[in-house]
Design a protein around this ligand. Structure first.
Ligand SMILES: [Zn+2]
Length: 468
């Protein structure tokens, strides 16, 4: 499978070839959540997209090392920590845990490494030190350390690799202290922010005095630590192209003198019911909001996977109902094939797998991939209705579907919902308590499961979990 992907650096669709051809190892970094709130459905579009990229690479035989950072210190977090009069770790910990629960509910493969910024302060300080030593960063009168775009460009480096920027209007020495700013505010940006009263207890020592890192330097330090100074693939939402990713390139290449990332991939925005998502319009959804409306993680995943990653996607509740119906069609067909195959192991039937992989190889053309799946479902349903399918053919069809679903990740499991490991462990503990006739404990565990959204159904075949 020759995989072609759009590279934001060249603004063109290019063959994606891992740098380490033997073993086909791929280093892949995706900017992770800023854990100051629950991730919304626009964020989830990016994370499901990253999961699709990873699964497609694995499907094509690559050995992916997937790294996703946790931004647990930046401007918005500090503001909320102060407002909530809590500690940084207590505050971010709850949203980090919720993020991983949601990631699992959406059946995204967990990244191999999920480094936290607060646990990489020495690496961040060392990277800033390198930039200062190379003359592309400086400490300003306010005590903070800034990246000098002028000095960086003076070394022949390019600022504006991902997005065209009007650098002619750049005024030397003009600075921006905030983590987020727009294109009109291109200026020297903060690497290390001097301790300020509003930061409360959030500060660390450094050669430039007490303070905290800027958001952009966190990703440069963590990605290069995990994947090396030059790595294959960096992904994120298109809103991160500027300034975040542009600054990541400048900091990394400014420190090492080597190309930072070979291939950049950006996922497009998401609208909800045709409008930009906002709390005031009532179209702002976290995954939890959608689960509370009775949808499942796999229905949300399925809908998010119907749109091409470079196109703005209009997410609607009608679309979710349609995704539910599509999944029911697949489930019914797969269940019939399973019954007919009766446990026979099959060699994957090539037609579906070929059509599906050709579609994905073409810059992740998911519309064509789904078309191949539904053509297959129609054909299988026809053959099943005619009773013209033998058990070996059913097994081969099933094996092909399993290969395809290794990428899509939408199959029904455990009655439609994947059971998180900690929930499964609670069920086991409850069974053990019942066996020991400790009903007080078993009732307490049942209540705990209920609080987490699961009910126990005692069936003749044993206890089963069902999502509320
Ligand atoms: Zn990042």
């Amino acid at each position: 499978m020759v995989l072609k992907l759009f590279n934001t650096l060249s603004r063109s669709v290019k063959e994606f070839a891992p740098s380490a051809t033997p073993g086909r190892k791929v280093g892949m970094y995706c900017c992770g959540p800023t854990v100051y709130d629950f991730a919304h459905i626009g964020n989830w579009r990016t994370f499901v997209f990253a999961d699709l990229v990873r699964r497609t690479l694995e499907f094509s035989g690559c050995d992916v090392k997937h790294v996703m950072n946790i931004t647990d210190v930046e401007d918005k977090i500090i503001k909320r920590v102060q407002e909530n009069k809590t500690s940084l770790r207590d505050f971010t910990g709850q949203f980090e845990a919720a993020f991983f629960d949601d990631l699992q509910a959406l059946n995204c493969r967990r990244p191999h490494q999920t480094p936290r910024a607060t646990e990489h302060i020495p690496e961040i300080v060392a990277l800033i030190g390198k930039l200062v030593a190379r003359g592309v960063a400086y400490q300003a009168g306010d005590g903070s350390v800034y990246f000098s775009i002028g000095k960086y460009r003076g070394c022949g480096c390019i600022y504006g690799q991902l997005q065209k920027l009007n650098l002619e209007e750049l005024r030397v020495g003009e600075r921006v202290a905030a983590d987020e700013y727009d294109k009109e505010a291109v200026a020297d940006f903060a690497l290390w922010k001097a301790r300020a009263p509003q930061d409360g207890n959030v500060f660390w020592p450094s050669p430039w005095g007490e303070g905290r890192p800027g958001w952009h330097i966190e990703c440069s330090a963590m990605s290069m630590k995990a994947l090396g100074e030059t790595f294959d693939l960096h992904l994120g939402g298109e809103d991160l192209k500027f300034p975040h990713h542009e600054d990541e390139i400048a900091q990394s290449e400014g420190a090492t003198g080597k190309p930072f990332v070979r291939h950049w991939l950006h996922g497009a925005h998401l609208l909800v019911e045709g409008k930009k998502m906002s709390k005031s319009l009532g179209n702002f959804f976290t995954l939890r909001d959608l689960l509370a409306k009775g949808f499942t993680g796999r229905e949300v995943r399925c809908l998010l996977l119907t749109s091409h990653y470079r196109e703005t996607f209009n997410f609607t509740l009608d679309g979710l109902h349609a995704a539910k119906a599509s999944l029911a069609r697949i489930d019914e067909c797969v269940a019939k094939l399973r019954e007919l195959a009766g446990g026979t192991a099959g060699v994957p039937e090539a037609k579906l797998v070929e059509a599906f992989s050709l579609a994905l190889a073409d810059d992740l053309n998911v519309s064509a991939a789904w078309a191949a799946v539904f053509k297959w479902v129609s054909e299988m349903n026809k053959r099943l209705a005619e009773n013209s399918l033998g058990s070996a053919e059913a097994a081969a069809a099933l094996a092909a579907w399993e290969q395809v679903d290794a990428v899509l990740g939408v199959s029904a499991k455990s009655g439609g919902e994947e059971i998180p490991a900690d929930v499964a462990a609670l069920l086991e503990a409850r069974q053990a308590a019942r066996k020991a006739r400790d009903f007080k404990k078993s009732d307490a565990i049942r209540d705990e499961l209920k609080a987490r959204g699961w009910v126990i159904e005692d069936t003749p075949k044993g206890a089963k979990l069902k999502k509320i």
